[in-house]
Design a protein. Sequence first.
Length: 562
Amino acid sequence: MEQDADNKGSIENEKPADFVRTIIKSDRQSGKCGGKVITRFPPEPNGYLHIGHAKSICLNFGIAKEFSGRCHLRFDDTNPEKEETEYVESIKDNIRWLGFDWAEHLYYASDYYEQIYRYAILLIKEGKAYVCDLSPDEVRQCRGTLTEPGKESPYRNRPVAENLDLFERMRAGEFEDGSRVLRAKIDMASPNINLRDPVMYRILRAEHHRTGNLWCIYPMYDFAHPISDALEDITHSICTLEFEDHRPLYDWFLDNLPVPCHPQQIEFARLNLSYTVMSKRKLLELVEGNHVSGWDDPRMPTISGLRRRGYTPDAIRKFCERIGVAKRDSVIDMALLEHTIREDLNEKAKRVMCVLRPVKVIIDNYPEDKIEEFEIPYHPENTSMGSRKVLFSREIYIEKDDFMEEPTKKFFRLAPGCEVRLRGAYFITCTNVKKNGAGEIVEIHCTYDPATRGGDAADGRKVKGTLHWVSASRSIPIEVRLYERLFTVENPNADDFKEYLNPNSLEILTSMTESGLKDAQTESCYQFERQGYFCADMRDSTAGKLVFNRTVTLRDSWAKKK
């Protein structure tokens, strides 16, 4: 009986597999594809990858690893007007940074242009494709609607020989851009609009980032993609849910061509995240409209932006694992992503003191020429991180918000006549303040108790407030960028999405921090005590100017603003 109970417990605690992994496990058990598992991640090089792509990367590369297979990186570069080498390089860099590698399996759809062209010729010869002279607008008008069938093109029944001649002349560059297309001859009455004689090729004179001006006709994604999968011997073509209605077309092309294999397309729900947009078109609008500083702006949901902000590969992979793989679209709360990075950095980030908005404190009874060192640990629980020496002097900086001349009832920080602890140093008591002509406090005068060295009173007395601080003479100035969410509403994905941009998404401060941070490496993350987690900016930090981006606050402060 005890053994049965133990077995029951282990089964209940076992993490259930998602539906994609269940399908693949079943395929392997049945011997399908010889038990092989070959996946691919197929980005279009027309922008930077975002957090939604990270979910797909983790899924495709993760499945390949779990089932002892491999994952290809293939760029679906079939639209030269929007594709750039910059995007290709950023995508490769992002994938490596996330912790995945495609080894020698790097491919491009353009690698297969000649083979894809020959397959198109074959469909023409079999009467399954034809050259159509309708304009793009006329093609759209003839497709019909979800409730009405489409209308056949007047060019649908051209003789095979004429179609072959026209298609070859399309390739030779005899016709103007947009004047003719090659269409598959399927079913204009199909309830699936994607099967209503879809376009396979269009004329487009645009320089390709890899093939230059070699081609003036380019295959459409829906034609090139299944062929590329088949030529690479992909077993499971895993894509997002918007391609579910394209699956019959994917299968139609593979069923009607002598391809080496027929991959199985499986769709999963894409990642939708609150308070942001995922559309590449909208992200490009933000970049081109100078609403952000670039694709890697730390407010952007791009992987490059998250990396620059201080997110770690471990946190992003953990987030993708937490949200799981589902068949139904949903919106994930940004708070979950922020919670995940807090968890990760709580374990990894060294604690240091930084005064974001400094006000000077003068300790009147402390010797003017004295400098002390205090040994303060980098992490309260992880002793392996060691400690650092923090310098203390007569003049220090504290946060402006940590002083109130007329304190409210629950204000337990510094105020006239109040005693507080300076983190790891001494107790101080405010005696008076000095103001400028505008009535602003410019100096806070205090006294200290020498018997409280190290931050504890010899007589055992307690104080309610503990403040972080830095020495005025031995601290260093840094630029701190406080980032908030880019949009003010949870779902900004309307046509007028830019109306919801948060005007307070970035605040830049000149702050003071411990002198030990002068050698901080770019991308190194710290917890600024009582403030949040911050990362040394990988782009703008230099030897003469340190820039820190706020990765995330210590708690979900955004929830309090609702």
